[in-house]
Design a protein around this ligand. Structure first.
Ligand SMILES: Nc1ncnc2c1ncn2[C@@H]1O[C@H](COP(=O)(O)OP(=O)(O)OP(=O)(O)O)[C@@H](O)[C@H]1O
Length: 274
């Protein structure tokens, strides 16, 4: 079976995603309210919206990493390349853990916090690769190759370093290398460059974009930064009021935003439309 989706077919099709958070006393607050979104192979889709619009909970819910008390329903059909699509929202926790890492990778804002402080860089790779059945003899080479792909020299010094010994940019690259070491079909990157300087930010995003195009995977780039979306995304989806209010090719959407909320975002008025 081919690893590539049929031409034009989405790699991930999200339908009717509803995300609700428990607010105590049995009450719930609806944060995402029927979100539909297609992600395409070889493309970067930016999910943009003002702070608190639900970008992070959307991204986390899709891969079963929503915080306790936050529940998601709807469907998220992933073309795994191994036959019929799987619905990420319908998988058992065990199957989802297997899919995550192998078929779906995720990188979040606090790369340093996402790495275990007591585990050396190399240990993160060997643990992940072991968990997905990669033979012991192949783990070091696979980890080194992933580190090299993100522009790090996979020296013994780096392999044996603890996360606190890394700079912010290095930690972010290690996190990306770890998330992509098993060549996932779908990669979710949530505000991963907010803490980086402009040069490192551009390097990291160039790299992610390059990997996405080269591997034919789909990247969901969660960002509040329209400049980032405009420069690195093929498509932009604008989230407001728990729904996608506008979705289209990045250049066209930014040149002529149709929805008032998108116009406000493009105009730099984040508060408008609230
Ligand atoms: N664990 C949680 N339990 C309940 N509500 C939550 C939880 N996490 C986030 N929220 C609420 O859900 C809404 C959406 O949060 P989310 O973090 O997804 O927004 P966001 O668009 O990613 O914002 P930002 O750009 O500021 O990160 C916010 O109102 C937030 O307060």
């Amino acid at each position: 079976m081919s690893r590539r989706a049929a031409p034009g077919a989405p790699l991930l099709r999200v339908g009717g995603l509803v995300v609700e958070a428990a607010t105590g006393g049995g009450a719930v607050r609806r944060i995402v309210d029927g979100l539909d979104l297609d992600l395409h192979p070889g493309e970067v889709t930016a999910l943009v919206g003002r702070s608190g619009s639900g970008k992070t909970l959307t991204a986390r819910s899709l891969i079963g990493l929503a915080p306790r008390g936050v529940l998601a329903r709807g469907s998220a059909l992933l073309d795994t390349g191994d036959g019929a699509p799987v619905d990420l929202l319908a998988l058992s926790r065990r199957r989802l853990r297997a899919v995550r890492g192998a078929r779906v990778g995720a990188v979040f804002q606090e790369a340093q916090a996402g790495l275990n402080p007591t585990v050396r860089v190399g240990g993160h790779f060997t643990e992940t690769l072991a968990a997905h059945g990669v033979p012991r003899s192949e783990r070091r080479a696979a980890g080194a190759a992933a580190l090299a792909r993100v522009g790090l020299v996979p020296s013994t010094g780096l392999w044996t370093a603890y996360p606190f010994e890394l700079s912010g940019g290095q930690a972010q690259r290690v996190a990306i290398a770890l998330a992509t070491v098993l060549a996932p079909r779908l990669l979710i990157a949530d505000e991963i460059t907010s803490a980086l300087d402009a040069v490192t930010r551009a390097e990291v995003l160039d790299l992610l974009r390059g990997q996405t195009v080269a591997a034919g995977c789909a990247l969901l780039l969660v960002t509040h930064d329209l400049d980032v979306a405009g420069r690195w995304a093929d498509r932009i989806a604008v989230l407001d009021g728990g729904r996608i209010v506008e979705h289209g090719r990045a250049a066209a959407l930014l040149a002529a935003p149709a929805h008032p909320f998108t116009r406000a975002l493009v105009g730099g008025d984040e508060g408008a439309g609230a």
